[in-house]
Design a protein around this ligand. Structure first.
Ligand code: ATP
Ligand code: MG
Length: 258
C-alpha cells in the first residue's frame, strides 16, 4: 500500500512531544489514550486546523505544515473530511443544505481560499446534488434531506455529518469521537458507515474512547502524555471475528494501562 499521511516529530507546546507515524492509503486507524493525553490536539495539528510548534505533516508527499493559511484552508476543504462529536451543523439550514455547504464553498473558490481554488475543481449544481443524494442514500438518510437539523435523531445527524465530510471526495477523513454523543445502537450504526466508507477506499483517522469502535480499525495508536507509546495492528475487519478482535484490543489496552 502507498503512504498517504506522514507525521514527523510533531510537537505542540507541552501537549505533543515528537509524535511520528504514517498512515497508508486505505487504512482505518484509531487513536486511543486517556483523557487529556492529546488526542484531539494531535488530530487538529495533523489536519492543519492548529499550528504545531514543531515537526512536519505530509499528505501525499506535500508538506501541509509549510503551507500558508489560505493553502491549508484549500487542503482542508478539498482533501480532508471532518466528523466531530459536536456536530457543528448550521441551525438555519436543512440537512441537504448542510451537507452541500462544503461543496458550495469549494465551488465558490474565491480569494479567501487562495490561488489553488480554480475552475477545474468546480462542479455543476446538478452534479453536487446528485453526489449528495448518493451519499444520503448510502447512509440511509435520503428521506431527511428537507428536514430541519433539530428534527432528526443524534445518529441520523451524525450520518448527515459523514455525508457532509465526504461531499468533496476527501483523501482522508478525520473523526474526533464521532460516536461519543450517541447511544449504543446509533454508535454501532455510525461505525458501520465508517467501515463501509473505508471498504470503499476512504482512509480514516479517528479518535475514540470506545474499544469496540477501535476494534473495527486496522490499527490502533495509543497516546500517553503527548507521545505514542503503543501500536496494535489488527487484521482487516471481518464480521465473524468481531468478539475475538474486541478481546485482543481489550487485553492490549490493559497492558497499555488503560
Ligand atoms: N486550546 C488549548 N490551550 C491550552 N491547552 C489546551 C488546549 N486544548 C487542550 N489543551 C490541553 O492539552 C491537553 C490535551 O488535550 P486534548 O483535548 O488534546 O486531550 P484529549 O486526549 O483529546 O482528551 P479527551 O479524551 O478528554 O478528549 C490537556 O491537558 C488540555 O487541557
Ligand atoms: Mg479530545
Amino acid at each position: 500500500m502507498a503512504e498517504l499521511l506522514r507525521v514527523e516529530n510533531l510537537c505542540k507546546d507541552q501537549i505533543l512531544n515528537n509524535v511520528s507515524f504514517t498512515i497508508e492509503k486505505g487504512e482505518m486507524v484509531a487513536v486511543m489514550g486517556p483523557s487529556g493525553s492529546g488526542k484531539s490536539t494531535l488530530l487538529y495539528n495533523v489536519a492543519g486546523m492548529d499550528q504545531p510548534s514543531g515537526g512536519s505533516v505530509f499528505l501525499n508527499g506535500e508538506e501541509i505544515t509549510k503551507l500558508s493559511e489560505d493553502e491549508k484552508a484549500f487542503f482542508r476543504l478539498h482533501k480532508m473530511g471532518f466528523v466531530f462529536q459536536q456536530m457543528n451543523m448550521m441551525g438555519n439550514l436543512n440537512i441537504l443544505d448542510n451537507i452541500l455547504l462544503p461543496a458550495v464553498q469549494a465551488n465558490r473558490g474565491g480569494k479567501e481560499l487562495g490561488k489553488r481554488s480554480r475552475k477545474e475543481n468546480r462542479s455543476s449544481k446538478t452534479q453536487l446534488r446528485e453526489n449528495a443524494a448518493k451519499l444520503m442514500q448510502k447512509l440511509s438518510i435520503s428521506d431527511l434531506a428537507g428536514r430541519s437539523i433539530t428534527r432528526v435523531s443524534g445518529g441520523q445527524l451524525q450520518r448527515a455529518c459523514i455525508c457532509r465530510s465526504m461531499i468533496n471526495h476527501p483523501e482522508i477523513l478525520f473523526a474526533d469521537e464521532p460516536t461519543g454523543a450517541l447511544n449504543k445502537s446509533a454508535a454501532a450504526e455510525v461505525m458501520e458507515e465508517f467501515i463501509k466508507l473505508n471498504r470503499e477506499g476512504t482512509t480514516i483517522l479517528l479518535v475514540t474512547h470506545d474499544s469496540k469502535v477501535a476494534s473495527r480499525c486496522s490499527r490502533i495508536l495509543y497516546l500517553l502524555d503527548g507521545n505514542i507509546c503503543g501500536e496494535l495492528k489488527l487484521p482487516k475487519a471481518e464480521g465473524s471475528m468481531e468478539k475475538q478482535r474486541e478481546e485482543t484490543v481489550n487485553k492490549w489496552l490493559m497492558e497499555m494501562g488503560w
